[in-house]
Design a protein around this ligand. Sequence first.
Ligand SMILES: Cc1cc2nc3c(=O)[nH]c(=O)nc-3n(C[C@H](O)[C@H](O)[C@H](O)COP(=O)(O)OP(=O)(O)OC[C@H]3O[C@@H](n4cnc5c(N)ncnc54)[C@H](O)[C@@H]3O)c2cc1C
Length: 448
Amino acid sequence: MTLATVPRYDPGGLDGGGGRAVVVGASVAGLLAARVLADGFEEVTVVDRDPLVDEPTPRAGVPQARQPHVLWEAGRATIEDLFPGYSDDLVAAGGAVIDSRREFEQYSRGGFLAAGTEYLPVYSATRPLYELLLRRRVAALDGVRVRPGCRVTDYLADDAGAAVDGVAVRDGGAGRDELPADLVVDATGRTSRTPRWLDEHGYAPPPVDEVRIDVGYSSTFVERPEDDRRAIVAPAEAPRTRGGLVAPVEGGRWLVNVHGVHGDHPPADPDGVADFAASLPVPQPRRILDERPQVGDVARYPFPSNRRRRYEDLDRFPAGLVVVGDAIASFNPIYGQGMSVAALEALALHRALAASDRQGLPLRFFDSVADIVDGAWAMAVGADFGFPQTRGPKSRGTRFFGWYLGRLLRAAHDDGALTDAFVRVLSMQEAPASLLRPGVAWRVLKPV
Ligand SMILES: Cc1cc2nc3c(=O)[nH]c(=O)nc-3n(C[C@H](O)[C@H](O)[C@H](O)COP(=O)(O)OP(=O)(O)OC[C@H]3O[C@@H](n4cnc5c(N)ncnc54)[C@H](O)[C@@H]3O)c2cc1C
């Protein structure tokens, strides 16, 4: 499911009176889930183990926060439906709206893609800023409470073990506590403990698809001229293990990133990053590092594998519990789709809640999430399988899609309509299958 096919937010779609909900994790997926729960529950408590300050600063619980984060249109439009004015807030706080026709330079398959012909905006800010603006909105909702410094240690279950009915927490101030809930949402990210809890309580844990890519990121900030919103992207792409990007963010800065897959990781010192940038096929990241004053140090982040927990394959699942965001699936971030997936999942949760039967809620929700994850997974893993070293389950059609996408990207060097088609897929407005439509396929496959 993409922005084109997902049923959008319906403000009147949910009656209140659903009792109490607890969301574990006040990151992007948790905050968006809390927003839709606030329509259907009298009380929504969002807990996070981290202290949460009213500043756009990185925090320990979100270690990827100092790496580049673009917000694609599926995510932006969905968040805007849930929080009208969010996009303007982001820009007012210094975030950039990049015009993909003029300010977004994409290097792939040996050349830059031709400028697109449609206005397809791309939003760019730091991860802490997206989250801070969401958290302020969520905290201002009736019936919602955000509890920082509060770690969930266990789920509570009814005597029969058929339903989760709350969480046990450890709170810096109050010590151990229990929060009863009619619905618990696990938004704890990639390290979610729900699979282990299921296993320990007589349920089958979800099957896991794991595709190893062993990517290392190093990022730093440099000063940016106020009205220069250029973004340059040259992702690692088989057989080239190295890539980089430059993205405008708030505070008059560019975030400059270099990365390498299958162990070809960049170093963590400024000179090492500059040397690594010099080995990229595009000169811009190195030039910008040389010319612009650096702000702050270098942040590293290792990302071992794409991981997808297939909750949709389960036959039995406790009532009163759902899982969202990276806790379900986290992908090689080169295409930057995680926040948009989380936003579309919030819509799926909204729809699943509106369809009344709470007993069947989890499995109904996981079914629609699978459709959302499919597209992002196909893009990320499809690119990774271009490297012969990549290991993991490969679905049918991966090899063909990789070949076809390569041909499309080469043809896009001279065809802005193909650049548009590609950006619409990246931004999750359209599914990867849209690239096979006759109007696109003809441009890709025509003899040169
Ligand atoms: C290097 C990198 C770059 C990325 N770039 C992009 C991009 O360009 N665009 C994009 O859309 N996405 C990008 N992503 C993905 C994006 O960061 C995530 O998909 C998105 O933030 C959703 O994450 P989440 O909210 O599910 O989980 P997380 O961000 O992992 O948050 C989990 C939260 O749960 C809390 N928590 C964990 N355990 C407990 C507990 N026991 N009790 C209480 N709280 C707990 C943590 O403190 C944290 O706040 C990138 C990811 C990486 C790794």
